[in-house]
Design a protein around this ligand. Sequence first.
Ligand SMILES: C[S@@+](CC[C@H](N)C(=O)[O-])C[C@H]1O[C@@H](n2cnc3c(N)ncnc32)[C@H](O)[C@@H]1O
Length: 433
Amino acid sequence: MNPRGIAWYILKQVFNEHKLITENYPFIFENIEDERDRRLVVEIVYGVCRFRGRLDYVLSKFANQKRTEPDIWLLLVSAAYQILFLTRTPDYAIINDTVSLVKQASYGNKKKSGFVNAVLKRLAAGKDALTFPTPENLRDFIESNLSFPYWLGMKWVSDYGKDRAVQIMKSLNFRKPVVFRCFHGLDSFGPESRFHPTPYIDNSFEANVPIYLMRAGSCYVMNESSQLVAELLRTFSGKWVLDAASSPGGKGFILRTFTGIENVIFNDVSEKRILRILENSHELAIPISAPVQSDFLRPVFRPSSLDAILLDAPCTGTGTISGHPELKWLRQPGEIRGRAKLQNRMIRNAFSLLKPGGILVYSTCSLEKEEGEDVVLNFVSEEEKAQLVYPFTFSSERIESRFKRFMSSGNFLRISPDKYLDGFFAALIQKKS
Ligand SMILES: C[S@@+](CC[C@H](N)C(=O)[O-])C[C@H]1O[C@@H](n2cnc3c(N)ncnc32)[C@H](O)[C@@H]1O
């Protein structure tokens, strides 16, 4: 199958059916065998999601979006991405291929293919003269230059101030390197692979592999911010540690390697996702005890029975937009409040399961304070036995020295996305004895 046609199909799945890109990986593998073609599909799909606002803006100089069928517009957007960003493919090849796709999809409708041909030719001829909105006009700058929905960009301006919000959006548009946590050395990478250690976490390596590779032998794709959350318990000693929302298992696998922790219990609500934990544990050769499938809104564990709990709560994931650029278009403002409600219940449940003196690590991969600082502050202000503690109390000194600069007032870790790191939030809460 033609890679550009497959990219168009997946973009329709994302923008019309609100599916995640990763949900479409099986479709790519089943329909494309050639590795270069797979990489092209991935390049187009991720690129369009990353720069959709900018591409709409550019195209609107050459065609009227309101008068164009939405699926044809999406195909134009996809071709515009290739013309503007893929320097190694000649424009005429992109245009010919795109026009053939319209012909096939419209049973040879000459009006449609002629329209697409004309728009793309004008874009290719005019691409060097394009200009984009500047920060003086904030709305256009956010939407048509930084390529973010206005509501989300303005929320960050209000939460973090204009300069930091712009920095966050720029960082989230940056394509981060694929980072692996290696559990048993580096032998899993083939001889031609190039990899080198990453700046923040030991046993982590950046490798020149496609983004859809989730594992390579005993190495597992995991951003360093995400690894940090588990690293906060590196020197902790205890018999029972619960990973309350654990699938696909990354943080729990790291906890399994810590010598002071005797047992890690993996829990998740979803059966399908429990199977992913098992598959990952098998592939990574990290033995685990049978995971528990239960809804943490109605916990099945005995109260006051656990030494520590990691609650890596389900969230809007806005800190991970760099690796999941479709999230910025799929998320809606009301979802933040919805997730926060869930998180408020989960944090209470987690605390009730802790032994006196026990430790709760609460984290999210969201940039939203409603899902991070607010959840923790609400809880701690109502629960007199809950005490926020220094987040590096149980980490190694190396982790403390590398991440200390991300501490914000109130003992919180608020990681801003950068060239390497996803946005994350973490806090440590102790149950007073
Ligand atoms: C952010 S992910 C966890 C990632 C995981 N900690 C890791 O490092 O691989 C959140 C998880 O919470 C699970 N989840 C959502 N609602 C839940 C609930 N009510 N009870 C338990 N788990 C839940 C989801 O299925 C998802 O796997």
